[in-house]
Design a protein around this ligand. Structure first.
Ligand code: TYD
Length: 134
């Protein structure tokens, strides 16, 4: 699990905390897109897909949510609830998000612009690619 999650440097002083994320430094790619999820229903499940080429770095900058990850058969569950931690989601990692707190804000940095053709949304088709069955 810790292989996916990395700690970010927090620059704090008496005024409070600041985290900076620079392309090709804290995030190991050039950032092409930023998006964020907020106001997520606590019972909602989001994601449930993998990407063919897109790499993403996810930071839960407020609140918390749980990621279920499946890297071609290796499954992990990660609770993201610390703005100083980042989850790197590589291509072909199936990811689903659940148990959002009402205040959760999920910030995502991606190395591609949005392209629906990059999504694998069919779990069975995803599994067939690597020879799994789930
Ligand atoms: P969706 O893929 O359903 O979100 P998730 O899989 O994370 O639960 O995205 C919701 C809508 O937002 C959908 O109409 C596609 C659109 N969208 C964009 O236009 N650009 C983006 O970068 C993303 C991530 C989604």
């Amino acid at each position: 699990p810790d292989g996916f999650v990395r700690s970010l440097r927090v620059r704090g002083d008496a005024r409070g905390q600041l985290v900076a994320v620079e392309g090709e430094r804290e995030v190991p790619f050039a950032v092409a897109r930023v998006y964020y999820l907020f106001g997520t229903e606590p019972t909602a499940r989001r994601g449930a897909h993998a990407h063919r080429v897109t790499r993403q770095l996810v930071i839960c900058v407020a609140g918390g949510c749980t990621f279920d990850l499946d890297d071609r058969g290796t499954t992990t569950t990660v609770r993201l609830d610390d703005p100083a931690q980042a989850l790197l989601i590589e291509p072909w990692v199936w990811h689903e998000m659940r148990e959002f707190t009402p205040d959760a804000v999920l910030l995502v940095l991606a190395d591609t612009r949005y392209d629906e053709g990059d999504y694998l949304r069919d779990r069975r088709a995803y599994a067939e690619v690597w020879g799994g069955t789930r």
